[in-house]
Write a protein that binds this ligand. Structure first.
Ligand code: MG
Length: 447
């Protein structure tokens, strides 16, 4: 049985790799695993979303579970609703930052955390045996609920109205973040300008991944309408990137760092969980707070597992996904944006000045194609090549240099290797990235 789940659920091109039949069987398998109860189902606004939702709900029902359909919803709201409505599990139909032709199915447990690997493996085993259908008397029912108002109220209970009346451009990427963030920020006292604000499952406005090269229009809009900052979500709003008032993108790990410093202030020796792929700026934040940084493998499930094992005040990734464990056990791009605004509100600085309150690092991010079957061998060759350095091998290879670090890591979802470099100067970061790419190419070609 081939491995079905990647680093974040099942992903693939709709109707080619991810079919209604597969959604149906995944629904049946989850119902078989749970043995009944209610499952919250949410989806982003891809053109394939409703089709997969209908199939998945049919699978849940035929396997004996009730479905609570939430309809269009950001991922953090699905996590919130799974707990709020006391469901046995949640299912989110989204391909996050992947292009419009993709979709994905991801399971959540009754605490609103993504299924850990062992639970996904259990689902895979049930699928390979063939999931069961229940007797006609026990077929599940379908109910509908709107989780958005409850989520927004819960955020507003935690965050007071802001002192400053910030002008904020929200780039919702024509996706489900638009259903929450603009309204929430208005409630908090912001003046909101919406960009790519209408929902469109072909995502015509921009690519969904929240990386600087996709945020040019947001940057121009922020500058053009003299906004205080810009906020960009990915396709399911579990990630946020910020653009300052000059149109400069504040990277995901810096957003995380600023939010962590704000959120954890006053807490004794906080534990900051992050991955091998994030900036050293997190170490600076931990030093300011008298806390510590724990680096795990890349991926939300790894962070949640470590949160559950060792505790922690906050967890986050370089892509701008932050988990606030006393709020949700799920990356929440909406709460991340709100916390950043609250942090900024407590200073009297502009966003660019605020960003300078943490040390600057330069990062270079590259990728190189590498066939799936070669990845393990390439990694072994790279480990041999850098055996003289201090290396963190928990996920790929994070190689520490005196003045920076280099991460060479095989992607869990695509046939590529990622090459990240960071240093205190741009020149050194470029040098390290070039070194990484050179060694990667050599290792892939087998020289
Ligand atoms: Mg996402």
């Amino acid at each position: 049985m081939p491995k079905l789940f990647g680093t974040f659920g099942v992903r693939g091109i709709a109707n080619e790799e991810l079919t209604p039949k597969m959604a149906l069987e995944l629904g049946q398998a989850l119902a078989t695993d749970l043995g009944g109860g209610q499952v919250a189902v949410g989806r982003d606004n891809r053109t394939s979303g409703e089709m997969l939702e209908l199939a998945l709900v049919a699978g849940l029902n035929s396997g004996g579970c009730d479905a609570l359909k939430l309809g269009l919803t950001p991922t953090p709201v699905l996590s919130f609703a799974t707990r709020r409505f006391s469901c046995q599990a949640g299912v989110m139909i989204t391909a996050s930052h992947n292009p419009a032709e993709y979709n994905g199915i991801k399971f959540w447990d009754n605490e609103g955390a993504g299924f850990p690997r062992w639970r996904e493996e259990k689902i895979e085993r049930i699928l390979s045996r063939g999931p069961k259908m229940v007797d006609w008397r026990n077929i599940g029912r379908v109910e509908e609920a709107d989780a958005l108002p409850g989520y927004m109220d819960a955020v507003l209970e935690r965050v007071p109205r802001l002192k400053h009346r910030f002008k904020v451009v929200v780039d919702g990427a024509n996706a489900v973040g638009n259903l929450v963030t603009p309204r929430l920020l208005r409630e908090l006292g912001c003046q909101v300008v919406s960009l790519n604000g209408q929902l469109d499952g072909t995502f015509p406005g921009r690519k969904l991944e929240t990386v600087a090269e996709n945020l040019g229009e947001l940057a121009r809009t922020v500058v053009g309408c003299r906004a205080d900052l810009g906020i960009a979500h990915d396709g399911d709003a579990d990630r946020t990137l910020i653009v300052d008032e000059r149109g400069e993108v504040i990277s995901g790990d810096r957003v995380f760092a600023h939010v962590a410093l704000h959120y954890l202030r006053g807490k004794a020796r906080p534990r900051i969980l992050t991955t091998v792929a994030t900036s050293s700026v997190l170490d600076d934040v931990a030093a300011k707070l008298g806390g510590e940084v724990v680096r795990t493998r890349v991926g939300e499930p790894e962070l949640v597992e470590e949160l559950r094992r060792g505790g922690g005040g906050i967890a986050g990734e370089e892509n701008g996904g932050v988990i606030f464990p006393d709020w949700l056990l799920c990356r929440d791009g909406i709460m991340t944006a709100v916390q950043f605004l609250e942090a900024l509100d407590q200073t009297d600085r502009k966003a660019s000045e605020f960003n300078l309150t943490l040390p600057a690092y330069y990062q270079v991010k590259r990728r190189l194609e590498c066939p799936e079957e070669k990845k393990a061998r390439v990694l072994k060759r790279l480990a041999d090549r850098f055996s003289g350095h201090r290396v963190n091998r928990s996920d790929g290879l994070r190689i520490e240099f005196e003045d920076g670090w280099l991460l060479l890591r095989p992607s869990g979802t695509e046939p590529i290797f990622r090459c990240f470099a960071e240093a205190r100067t741009e020149r050194r970061a470029r040098e390290l990235a070039a070194l990484g790419l050179r060694e990667l190419k050599a290792a892939i070609s087998g020289r």
